[in-house]
Design a binder for this molecule. Structure first.
Ligand code: SF4
Length: 222
């Protein structure tokens, strides 16, 4: 079995509650979505790795946590299922970054994942269709692990989408952290007038709401 990988590199985690932690990132090629703000979906180049080859490349970076990112890593769930037990045996913590709709793929790898960073896509942010039901089904499984939610907001984001996302999370567990992430275009963080309103609206339903920008873009690191 081979995996399609865009890049492997060590850096700091730039998003969410683990911001600032050093991790090795394995960026998987391809995605099942096409968010308007995405800087990954236009990439066409990838390298192919065998199971052993990818494990050794990740271990060689010398970090304690591997972030499986993309694209959408769960599109290659069968490959992940083969390598994650080996990475865990070698002492790595597994941090999965996912767009949060591929429940059946998640179930294949769930036992070997430690932390799930799950997007809830807001249609007014992505410029695409809604995934409310798929997100809800995914989160009902993901909650068995450490999970937090990340929703990207843009100047076009509607308050009603924030309310739907917070309500979806509340229906599963109101203690799940909910991160509002202002969008970055070309490494610039967009100013968003309604951030306070978005925060207050989510906080009315959930216990742990935070606004965290993409810190790696502020710092100018990968
Ligand atoms: S889900 Fe993530 S990788 Fe896929 S198109 Fe959206 S932002 Fe890009």
């Amino acid at each position: 079995m081979k995996a399609k990988i865009v890049e492997i590199f060590s850096s700091i985690q730039g998003e969410g509650p683990y911001v600032g932690e050093r991790q090795v990132f394995a960026r998987f090629f391809g995605c099942n979505m096409s968010c308007r703000f995405c800087d990954e979906r236009k990439k066409t180049d990838f390298l192919e790795y065998s199971e052993e080859g990818l494990v050794e490349k990740i271990i060689a970076e010398g970090e304690a946590t591997v972030s499986l990112t993309g694209g959408e890593p769960l599109l290659q769930a069968d490959f992940l299922k083969a390598i994650l037990p080996v990475l865990k045996e070698r002492g790595l913590k597994i941090y999965l970054e996912t767009n949060g709709v591929l429940k059946h793929a998640l179930l294949k790898v769930m036992d070997h994942v430690d932390i799930i960073s799950m997007d809830v896509k807001l249609p007014s942010s992505t410029g695409r269709g809604a995934y409310w039901d798929a997100h809800s089904e995914f989160l009902k499984e993901a909650v068995r692990k450490e999970v937090f939610i990340k929703s990207v907001v843009t100047p076009k984001t509607l308050l009603s989408d924030i309310e739907k996302a917070a309500s979806l999370v509340k229906a599963v567990d109101k203690n799940i952290p909910f991160i509002i992430q202002p969008v970055s275009y070309n490494d610039n963080i967009e100013g968003i007038d309604e951030l306070d309103t978005f925060f207050d609206s989510a906080k009315n339903m959930l216990d742990d709401v935070r606004i965290i920008p993409q810190v790696h873009k502020i710092l100018g690191v990968k």
